[in-house]
Ligand binder design. Structure first.
Ligand SMILES: *[C@@H]1O[C@H](CO)[C@@H](O)[C@H](O)[C@H]1NC(C)=O
Length: 313
């Protein structure tokens, strides 16, 4: 046996030697067929691209599955509602029961506020912001307190003679009419006794652009609950005064729900009303370009937070 092994080792077909020869051969082969390697590289790159595209495709699919457009800019909605369970936020306010929401959720309507009213309010807002705006992307004009964004601060348009007569009695009239319509619709939709519901602060016009934020007041995109920001709030209404995808991009309003997010695309004259508790956690997407105008009118059940007339005092 040992002789046989020895013979094998000494044989000219030594496997080690053969391996060496093979590798030299294959090296030569590779040198000759250089383009084959490039094709392999190309194929690799192609497959990698396909993989990346696949990941992007499925992640956007995933996003669209978990995000519904509750109100698209292209449609005109007579009335659309989405009911959600009321959060326990209202439990500690039993003394206000006649006005607290019987039903919680959101309602959108494009037909309650007329196009003329929306146009007039837009004109009013533009006039206001021509006097002052925030250095960052988000300016506000509060017709009740008179606060107007100015640089990194606010000025009071009712205290400064420079701004006197900025608004006419007609401006205030259209605002009041719109507010009254919204108030009665909210009480009907959510089961609040109309006489126990009051406008509250802040109530303001907003103008958002894509400018970088300069102060905390410019950071509108954080998810939040209105009732946590302003304890007095029970109902929030938003009247949009410009068209998503037309005069601005980005800036969609998003309700964050457990399994699905619901997006409202702003539209001139579109009114969104919702209960202000944590059942309606939401945020606004960053505005990417253009100008986004809206009017926020909030309501409370607590008389001590009620505001009376807007306009100079
Ligand atoms: C809803 O939006 C929030 C904030 O952008 C996000 O963190 C959350 O994952 C979204 N939820 C779903 C179900 O897509």
């Amino acid at each position: 046996m040992s002789t046989a092994v020895r013979r094998k080792r000494n044989s000219p077909n030594n496997p080690v030697k053969k391996e060496k020869e093979d590798s030299i051969l294959s090296k030569k082969k590779n040198d000759v067929k250089e383009p084959l390697v490039s094709w392999r590289k190309l194929l690799g790159r192609f497959l990698f691209t396909v993989l990346i595209l696949g990941v992007i495709f499925f992640s956007t699919m995933h996003k669209s599955v978990n995000e519904i457009i509750f109100a698209s800019q292209r449609e005109t909605i007579d009335r659309r509602s989405h009911r959600v369970n009321c959060s326990p936020d209202y439990d500690k306010e039993k003394h206000l029961a006649s006005c607290l929401p019987k039903i919680c959720g959101r309602v959108v309507t494009d037909t309650l506020i007329t196009p003329e009213e929306a146009q007039q309010l837009l004109k009013l807002a533009k006039k206001g912001f021509s006097y002052g705006e925030s250095d960052g992307g988000a300016s506000i004009l509060d017709l009740y307190s008179g606060a107007l964004s100015m640089g990194r601060k606010f000025v009071n348009i009712y205290k400064n003679p420079e701004y006197a007569n900025m608004f006419t009695e007609d401006d205030f009239k259209v605002y009041r009419n719109v507010k009254t319509k919204i108030q009665s619709t909210i009480s009907m939709e959510f089961g609040a006794m109309p006489n126990d519901l009051y406008p509250t602060q802040p109530t303001f016009f907003s103008r958002i652009t894509s400018k970088a934020a300069k102060t905390i007041h410019d950071e509108y995109w954080h998810p939040h609950v209105d009732k946590e920001t302003y304890e007095s709030f029970h109902y929030t209404s938003l009247l949009y005064l410009s068209n998503y995808g037309v005069t601005f991009s980005g800036g969609q309003f998003v309700f964050i729900d457990k399994n699905i997010n619901a997006t409202i695309e702003p539209k001139l004259g579109r009114l969104s009303m919702f209960t202000s508790g944590s059942e309606n956690l939401h945020y606004v997407e960053k505005v990417v370009s253009g100008e986004r105008f809206a009017l926020t009118i909030s309501f409370t059940c607590d008389k001590k937070f009620a505001i009376k007339q807007i306009g100079p005092k």
